[in-house]
Design a protein around this ligand. Structure first.
Ligand SMILES: Cc1cc2nc3c(=O)[nH]c(=O)nc-3n(C[C@H](O)[C@H](O)[C@H](O)COP(=O)(O)OP(=O)(O)OC[C@H]3O[C@@H](n4cnc5c(N)ncnc54)[C@H](O)[C@@H]3O)c2cc1C
Length: 393
């Protein structure tokens, strides 16, 4: 097993590093690194810079802007992007709906949607989950009934991330209520958020931010040709999409950057005659996390290096599980280093609390989400048990 980069991959890494650190404005990257609520304009600007250089959708088919990179190159690209604090291309566009349209959409849908999706001229959101249909997604009830050449959609989606910025939603809808299995009655529909009858209602989160929404559909009329692929095949497309969603799920670059931040915060925090970094318990916790992150990074590299092209690998469940846990552990460490200062939460202009300390607790609480979205960690454990360990439930 070789776990070092070849000369070619090292040169590729250098090329990515140089692009991200010189072509994406530093102030934008600093805002992203600081955390807090992401600015939609920053995300648009970053994605357009990447797209202009052919770096927004490298995993799409070449015809639509893809690069035919190896999984390892894709990993290096993501790692360098996170390391330079560049906002990644919007996942709903780049990793979710784009690949589905490219793989299953008609030529007309591809030409209409793929270029603006790559350039974030269309901001997509994901309309899968519903009340009572999250992990058990196939229980979804939002219905679409064909009337002439239009689908009439009624129902509700929930947890719709960044839906407040979205121009379009890709939704799973029930088109065959009498299908013998609930998975067989679902279709994949593209809906303009400006259509009459669409209502977006914010859900306020524990960190005080507005990141997710409820979306209601009341007799929303959708042109029939905005159904992707075949009617009733939405479950197949959703599985394809979710497989892609979990690729690159362990944000190793971001975790390493946050851990390095944690170390410098500890070094800057006075404690008795020295700093928090001199405290054996703090130092041991950092060392433990550093070795865990190094183990995750090696695992990601090994998986990326051995991955069979185009096949969602059940190992991605391990990466999702460990990645989300370590991300949470590092954010908990930062909140602990901040101590009581992290309880200030909303920092006023005249506050003496440092920005990172005031953000520590809301950020820690916000990232509890990482073990739920993209398939909850309990469900990932079931996948690992059955698909990797061969255990029968
Ligand atoms: C911040 C955030 C953003 C999200 N963004 C989006 C989005 O943009 N679009 C979208 O469509 N959805 C989104 N989701 C929804 C997300 O995919 C679901 O929350 C997730 O699939 C879990 O579903 P649920 O919330 O209905 O919980 P449930 O499925 O009701 O699960 C509740 C608990 O039971 C456990 N559980 C459920 N089934 C099993 C099982 N078979 N075995 C063991 N344990 C089980 C779960 O792990 C969990 O702990 C988002 C969620 C969050 C938190």
């Amino acid at each position: 097993m070789h776990l070092h980069l070849t000369a070619e991959d090292a040169a590729f890494q250098q090329q990515m590093r140089e692009f991200f650190t010189t072509q994406v404005p530093q102030d934008l990257r600093q805002r992203w690194a600081a955390g807090g609520e992401p600015s939609a304009d920053d995300m648009r600007q970053a994605q357009r810079i990447l797209n202009e250089a052919g770096l927004a959708v490298p995993h799409w088919p070449v015809e639509w802007g893809g690069k035919e990179w190896s999984q390892l190159q894709r990993h290096i690209y993501l790692q360098e992007m996170q390391d330079a604090s560049v906002p990644p291309p919007l996942a709903f566009n780049a990793n979710m709906v784009g690949p589905v349209i490219a793989a299953f959409g008609s030529q007309e849908l591809k030409e209409r949607f793929l270029p603006p999706t790559a350039n974030l001229d269309i901001w997509w959101c994901q309309g899968f989950s519903e009340p009572n249909a999250g992990s058990d997604l196939a229980s979804l009830r939002t219905s679409a009934v064909l009337e002439g050449d239009e689908w009439v959609v009624n129902g509700q989606k929930t947890w719709t991330t960044l839906g407040q910025h979205a121009d379009w939603i890709f939704a799973l809808v029930r088109t065959e209520p009498d299908a013998p299995k609930k998975q067989m009655g679902i279709s994949f529909l593209l809906i303009d958020m400006k259509s009459p009858g669409v209502t977006v209602r914010p859900i306020q989160l524990i960190d005080g931010g507005h990141e997710v929404n409820e979306v209601f559909f009341e007799n929303v009329r959708v042109p029939a040709d905005q159904l992707v692929g075949e009617r009733g095949q939405g479950w197949t497309y959703a599985k394809f999409l979710l497989g892609n969603e979990r690729v690159g799920v362990a944000p190793v670059g971001s975790i390493k950057r946050r851990l390095a931040d944690a170390k410098s915060y500890a070094a800057a925090t006075r404690d008795g005659n020295g700093s928090l970094l001199d405290q054996p318990l703090v130092a041991a916790r950092i060392a433990e996390l550093e070795s865990q992150v190094a183990a995750l990074e090696l695992t990601v590299l090994r998986v990326a290096g051995n991955s069979k092209e185009g096949k969602p690998d059940p190992v991605s469940s391990i990466l999702k599980l460990r990645g989300s846990q370590l991300q949470q552990d590092v954010l908990e460490l930062i909140a602990d280093i901040a101590g009581p200062a992290s309880l200030e939460w909303k920092r006023g202009d005249d506050s003496e609390t440092e920005a990172w300390a005031a953000l520590a607790t809301p950020t820690y609480l916000n990232f509890r989400k990482a073990s739920i979205y993209g398939g909850s960690n309990e469900v990932q454990r079931s996948v690992i048990a059955s698909a990797i360990l061969g255990l029968k439930g």
